[in-house]
Design a protein around this ligand. Structure first.
Ligand code: URA
Length: 215
């Protein structure tokens, strides 16, 4: 067997496919986010995981480091995963856009939501990652990821926590984005956290089943 190819993966090497995609992303100029980025943020984790997490896009910390979810929202994401005994090494984490979307405000760059055109321009890379990783389960973090991956009319407050069947036998769910959770206060914070914790339990049940089926 050629060492570049993994028989368990049907003769392809996911790391190689992802590394090639990451090289393309690093020099991408498909939209104007390329003009202001410091680093592209491709994705991290286990390319053989049955579970892929998809967030919105890099913020200031991610742009500085080239890694997804390294700020406060990232710390909360670690806690959410830890609630079901998972770590970042057990899952694959990426975003719908690979470059920071920012706007100047009062002489400082502030994170903003990526525009539809930016998300569309970047979708080829998310598609490539999904095809390489072949996840059994996708968890979208927040409305923009859910609208991109599950349904353009997705409403996070109404539709989170529900399962959707995607092409390729993928089961997808969305939950609140960790940064949204962090913006809540008092009772809203407790209620939002409770829902996210409920969602991750349901995702974990599917994850365990996928691991068992893989044998
Ligand atoms: N928020 C996201 O959606 N993605 C990141 O990588 C960081 C923060």
């Amino acid at each position: 067997m050629d060492s570049l190819f993994d028989a368990a993966d049907g003769g392809e090497n996911r790391e190689e496919r992802l590394a090639e995609l990451a090289r393309q992303v690093a020099v991408c100029t498909r939209c104007d986010l390329a003009l202001s980025r410091t680093n592209t943020v491709f994705g991290t984790g286990d390319p053989y995981s049955p579970l892929m997490l998809i967030g919105e896009g890099p913020g200031e910390n991610e742009d500085a480091t080239g890694l997804p979810f390294v700020g406060r929202a990232g710390k909360l994401l670690d806690d959410i995963l830890a609630a079901v005994d998972l770590t970042r090494r057990d899952v694959y984490i990426t975003n719908i856009v690979k470059c920071r979307a920012a706007v100047e405000e009062g002489g400082r760059m502030k994170n903003r939501q990526p525009r539809t055109s930016e998300i569309k321009a970047c979708n080829i890379y998310l598609q490539g990652q999904t095809e390489a990783i072949k996840p059994k389960i996708i968890l979208c973090l927040g409305g923009p990821a859910a609208k991109t991956v599950i349904d353009k009319d997705f409403r996070i407050t109404k539709d989170r926590g529900k399962w959707y069947d995607l092409e390729g036998g993928i089961k997808a769910m969305a939950t609140f984005h960790p940064a949204y959770v962090l913006r809540q206060r008092g009772e809203d914070l407790q209620n939002t956290k409770r829902l996210v914790w409920k969602d991750i339990q349901a995702v974990y049940a599917e994850y365990q089943q996928a691991i068992e089926e893989r044998g």
